[in-house]
Design a protein around this ligand. Structure first.
Ligand SMILES: NC(=O)C1=CN([C@@H]2O[C@H](COP(=O)(O)OP(=O)(O)OC[C@H]3O[C@@H](n4cnc5c(N)ncnc54)[C@H](OP(=O)(O)O)[C@@H]3O)[C@@H](O)[C@H]2O)C=CC1
Ligand SMILES: O=C1CO[C@H](CO)[C@@H](O)[C@@H]1O
Length: 402
């Protein structure tokens, strides 16, 4: 990629135009939006009214062929099962990529994407925009200052429940404005059913989403990943209801063990969601979602916008360390700048690839039903081959990721 001067606008194609994808388009609207892609013609037409000069497409594969040499970057705000097929094709075309979380739908895809991005040297950013806020910065500074001593446990919980349900018995005709075959993309064929997949509900289905862990894990586990410099766990075990072959659990807990990292103590990270979300963590009553760091000298609660140190009496006169992590210029803005001048982004696919792998590994452990002794270098559970079929997946012809 040629670097651009800060005043020269990027030519961007946006894949997905509604809901979160619309927010992502808003985030890059200062650049030239030259192409828009959506499988739903109503959504596409609505966005074209706002950006009439953009060239419309239903299929991002066609768009990437047709726009070769005319675009610098893509923004991907589709459902999770399309993240990797769209991202890998964009990276291999030499394009910069902003992609919604989780980076991919499988553990193996996250590794492929991170390696391809590194090789191509393109600017990347995962859609974990909370990372750009100030609170996570302050929490990272406090944890890394040693205020609560050596952190040996982190608890992360999210009270949503993206799971449950059975496949609808009735096959319905998709509405004329929705290209159902393209919506399915890499996933196995299945009949359309109104309100069951599109929009939003796809999160409940293994074929398209990864339940609450896949949906929210990257936002919340981002904080311990950053503060504790986590990367790959050495083991992972999950507890939940009996595994359903098609839909995700309504509640889950996952225990990850992370090894020593330089001077940092080994750390256990526990995830809880849905009906397994705790009311109390480390002895403190907690809100519906958040993070608790447990250290040798105290513990610390945090969420997107707040933090609190415990025991309260001990930290009553606590003074936070001097701010050392610069404020972000904005999550999308970081990426735009990186596309133009090669500066770093905070959630590039090296960092967020490892984060996404870890998040998705929790569901691999749950579906496998065994504790996984994890060899991250080789993407393999060393103690069982039962995990293999959940680490990667097969694709409908024409949508492969490799
Ligand atoms: N960072 C954040 O805070 C948030 C992130 N997200 C993430 O954003 C992504 C989208 O979620 P959400 O907006 O709820 O999903 P929706 O299903 O509501 O919308 C996804 C958008 O992408 C379109 N789309 C789907 N498949 C394709 C395709 N193959 N090609 C082009 N366009 C496509 C959709 O059209 P159609 O409706 O026809 O499928 C729609 O415009 C997810 O990865 C989710 O995890 C979501 C919410 C907030
Ligand atoms: O932050 C978010 C808000 O909620 C959505 C639905 O659970 C998530 O997908 C999203 O990442």
């Amino acid at each position: 990629q040629d670097s651009k001067s800060p005043n020269e606008k990027l030519n961007i194609a946006c894949i997905g135009t509604a809901n979160r994808a619309a927010a992502d388009i808003q985030g890059v609207l200062g650049e030239n939006i030259v192409a828009l892609v959506d499988v739903d013609k109503n959504y596409l037409d609505r966005k074209l009214k706002e950006i009439p000069d953009a060239r419309p497409y239903a299929d991002y594969r066609e768009m990437l062929d047709a726009e070769k040499g005319k675009i610098d970057a893509v923004v991907i705000g589709t459902t999770d099962h399309h993240h990797a097929p769209a991202t890998i094709r964009a990276i291999r075309a030499g394009l910069h990529v902003y992609c919604e979380k989780p980076l991919t739908h499988t553990v193996q895809e996250a590794r492929i994407i991170a390696e391809a991005a590194k090789e191509a040297g393109v600017a990347t950013q995962l859609g974990t925009q909370i990372h750009a806020g100030n609170n996570y910065r302050r929490v990272v500074e406090i944890i890394q200052s040693g205020a609560i001593g050596d952190v040996t446990e982190a608890h992360v919980w999210v009270g949503k429940g993206w799971g449950g349900g059975e496949r609808p018995e009735k096959a319905e005709q998709p509405p004329a404005h929705l290209n159902w075959d393209l919506w399915l993309g890499p996933a196995p064929e299945r009949p359309y059913a109104a309100g069951r997949y599109h929009p939003a509900q796809w999160r409940r289905w293994w074929d398209f989403g990864q339940g609450t862990l896949g949906d929210m894990g990257c936002h919340y586990m981002d904080l311990p990943f950053w503060a504790l410099k986590l990367r790959h766990p050495t083991s992972c075990v999950a507890t939940g209801p009996e595994v359903h072959p098609e839909t995700c659990p309504l509640g889950l807990t996952v225990e990850y063990q992370f090894p020593k990292r330089g001077d940092l103590a080994p750390c256990k990270l526990t995830w809880y969601d849905g009906n397994m979300t705790p009311k109390k963590v480390a002895g403190e009553r907690v809100p519906g979602s958040g993070v608790m760091f447990v250290g040798t000298e105290g513990h610390m609660f945090a969420d997107y916008g707040n933090y609190r140190l415990f025991p309260r009496e001990k930290f009553a006169d606590f003074t936070a360390p001097a701010e050392s992590i610069p404020n972000s210029i904005g999550h999308h803005a970081e990426w735009i700048k990186a596309c133009k001048d090669g500066s770093p982004t905070t959630c590039n696919f090296d960092y967020s690839g490892a984060l996404s792998e870890t998040v998705l590994l929790g569901n691999v452990a749950y579906r496998t039903g065994e504790k996984l002794e994890w060899d991250a270098a080789n993407l393999k559970a060393t103690n069982t081959s039962a995990a293999d079929k959940y680490i990667s997946k097969s694709y409908r012809t024409g949508w492969e990721v490799s």
